[in-house]
Design a protein around this ligand. Sequence first.
Ligand code: HDE
Length: 715
Amino acid sequence: MQSAIGDIAHKAEVAISGAMESNKKIAEIKHDYRNPKDGALLTSDFGVKNPTHDNWLSATTEDRKGPALLEDNLAREKVMKFDHERIPERVVHARGVGAFGTFKLYESAEDVTSAGVLTDTSRTTPVFMRFSTVLGSRGSSDTVRDVRGFAIKFYTDEGNWDIVGNDIPVFFIQDAIKFPDVIHAGKPEPDTEIPQAQSAHNNFWDFQFLHSESTHMFMWAMSDRGIPRSLRMMQGFGVNTFTLVNAQGVRSFVKFHFTPTLGVHSLVWDEALKISGQDPDFHRKDLYNAIEKGAYPKWKFGIQVCPESKQDDFDFDILDATKVWPEDLLPVRYIGELELNRNVDEFFTQTEQVAFCTAHLVPGIGFSDDPLLQGRNFSYFDTQLSRLGVNWQEIPINRPVCPVMNHHRDGQKRHAIQKGKFNYWPNRASVFPPAKASEGGYIDFPEKVVAMKKRMHSAKFSEHFKQPQLFYNSLSDIEKAHLTAALSFELDHCDDPIVYNNMAQRLCDISLDLAQAVAEKTGAPKPTKATTPNHNRKVKGLSQFDFSREAQRLPPTIATRTVAIIIADGFNLVEYEAVKTALSAAGAFPVTIGPRRQPVIPSSGGKGVTPDHHFEGARSTLFDSVYIPGGEHVSTLQKQGRVVHWVREAFGHCKAIGATGDAVKLVQTACNIDGMVYSTGDVLDSYGVVTAAGVGKPESLKEGLKMMKGAKHFL
Ligand code: HDE
């Protein structure tokens, strides 16, 4: 017997040709499309052709408008539909953006799992991915300081597998029962609904102090990880401990890792603050544009496996989600690649209605007794009931690509039409018999459990400071400075002295230097003694510099980086074109900025170049780099406050800056850099400024650009 879902999926699949055919999920979703290009006329929801977009039926005469008539069912339908457009936003992770992609395995993990998606290297598994911030509402800004969600739905041949992860590998709490508390404390305060999408307030930091197991996570959130440059440049982690079971029935514990091939990069705080106002959609635009331009973001997929025999070998409990598994103890094995390569067609039906659930696993992958994970398994299913209704599994984006066969029936908005007499088991025709292990049935690992029924965790869950210290010690000096500044900013926004005094004390459990620096800034009494001595150990794999392209043995790149090229009338066209061409050839995204979005004429005359933005229409903060060609236009640019500020601000944000010919002087003055030596191809490494005295032919820029690619601040 075949279900209606199976029928529809099949028909849609046949209709789609070429390469699309291989992607069953795309095929399945296609059948629901309404394509405005069909040339179809306006209809009501029930297919009757509708004569108006504009006029409500009313009792009107030639010279006087009369009352609207209730009988206009077409107008009523339109307004009623609008009245009910909203569904509840996600209770956390409300703001998000999604894209489709594929997952490919390049090394089978059959030694540890029997899951097809992790053993069959010939498969291409379709995925849908949603990135999110945690605390803000749907309409909040992208670049707030926050954890980022990293949720992936793998449409595998054996059913949906969801990894509902974050860009930070640990969590605030160890037990799911505390989730409402940590989220209430972080969300806007209940009396004023202030602040939006910010952890910088009394309640958040009050909770952090009173709840010492959160220390590790807040250290990560206050580090540069909390303000990623791009969703394409962050790591992803499954966070919770899962299990893998191989064909022989041997079980291991596992953590899932995703490392971006572009390297891990962050904004600086001043940029993040400004971008929040200048372009609240900064991250979602960046993702959308990269995919549209064919620069598909990729992540290496890794597993960190702990054999059952080693479970008790560490000074932390491997089921505690506030702890990482340091890579010197358990290395990450990279076995696959995730790529995002298609933007959604409609935000609501795809990105908003997608529903992830940690309980969605496929044979060969299992849960562990991680107490956070066990609670999540309940919560994700449950929350979809109020957000999407009981039949949320039938919404196209949530459907698996393999057949769905069971006796679940009815409920609101049920779509599948299930033929036949039987809606129970056992039945006399043996409809939908259970699947045996040999037939691909999901078999729960037969684990022996001997325990007392108690509200408690194992003893190792009580230690909370060794790993935050390990994290802090492992950061570079720049990262430490940023973390200190971030804590100082956040606590500056707390006006209750109990809160910031307590937090200064808490930091004494990590590092006395850190505690003193933050106390001084925020007005807390300066601590004099470390409460928990620092063990001074460090480990690789915590600083984000460990995930630069070099660390991944990939050459540095400016691919997908945005470079603002600033021009005004009288610019040097040869230099402009040479640099723009070279940047595009290297995969960068050059964007021209000028005084107006009308042709700007070069010194050589001609039709000119029409900029993408005018000086007031964009800001330096929205770009990775700035280049100014030489030419007569420099005298105009020097008088433009916005341009001078642009260069100065980019310099302050440690961005790579390029200038040729007369524009070198402009950069020098704007940045007030003493002692710079200007000659063709000089790179002032410590500044990230690249200059060339002049450019005759495109070739002469080659060397300069090579160095520009190598400039430290691109890394
Ligand atoms: Fe979530 N979380 N969470 N969470 N979470 C939700 O589910 C929850 C946790 C994460 O793009 C909700 O569908 C509990 C850890 C992401 O649609 C909700 C606990 C991690 C997303 C929920 C946690 C996450 C959510 C709200 C503690 C990182 C967005 C809407 C036990 C591994 C998914 C929804 C998307 C969303 C509950 C902790 C990541 C309420 C109870 C740890 C990426 O069910």
